[in-house]
Design a protein around this ligand. Sequence first.
Ligand SMILES: Nc1ncnc2c1ncn2[C@@H]1O[C@H](COP(=O)(O)OP(=O)(O)OP(=O)(O)O)[C@@H](O)[C@H]1O
Ligand SMILES: [Mg+2]
Length: 262
Amino acid sequence: MSPVLDIQGVSVRRGRKNLLDDVTWSVAEDERWVVLGPNGAGKTTLLQIAAARLHPTVGSVQILDETLGAVDVFELRPRIGLCSNALASSMPVGERALDMVVTAAYGVTGRWREEYERLDERRAFELLNSWGVGTLFDRTFSTLSEGERKRVQIARALMTDPELLLLDEPGAGLDLAGRESLVHRTAELVAAEEAPTTVLVTHHLEEIPPGFTHVLLLREGRTVAQGPIREVLTSENLSTTFDIPLQLHEREGRFSAFATTG
Ligand SMILES: Nc1ncnc2c1ncn2[C@@H]1O[C@H](COP(=O)(O)OP(=O)(O)OP(=O)(O)O)[C@@H](O)[C@H]1O
Ligand SMILES: [Mg+2]
């Protein structure tokens, strides 16, 4: 079985800076990855590539058996669910929450749009409802709180029933109950049969849902370590990645880390 995502020797250069520097990363269908790294490490850049929204300066990228550069990205993108602030800020100001979600389906339904419109709206509403923001369907996206926006963005990412789901800091701005509900929903989502292959970028180990299988640690555009979560998520690797001594803790499948003192 070929990987869902296969990134080989990828660098992204802007001016003299390498946002990503010779990254090789492969994600198989049944894997759920967490990407960790300091601010500016290149996590969002990597997800933009995985989402077929950015081409690397060098290297090759295969996404869902298609080669980036040789495929029509407008056909590929609906197969990928992306939740990211960059995407949300590119949406038209004044967009209704429901429309934020419905428009994710446009690429898929194409010329049969009108026929599917009602079905799309129903599905979008159900997704909003299941993420706890159904009552906000008619609100302008820009008037929503940060946490409410996140939930709408996740609903949008799921709208096309994607094969690959990419979540860039979905928990940022959520309150404690919201974060816990996100962690449990994501754990349920990835455990389900037919679940999409999922990649989650986060700054907080507490946000890693149980059931995630692999970790990629990035620092200054380079891979520090990658592989199965049990092997790679260690105090030592975290300390190298964040350049401070950190102690990893695990309790009932959930993680946290603290700087060691003394
Ligand atoms: N067009 C650009 N020109 C120059 N530098 C850029 C450009 N776009 C991004 N960068 C830089 O690339 C680096 C990687 O950015 P990226 O957004 O991928 O980091 P990140 O790991 O997602 O960080 P954060 O945790 O803060 O979200 C950052 O230092 C950023 O300032
Ligand atoms: Mg980022």
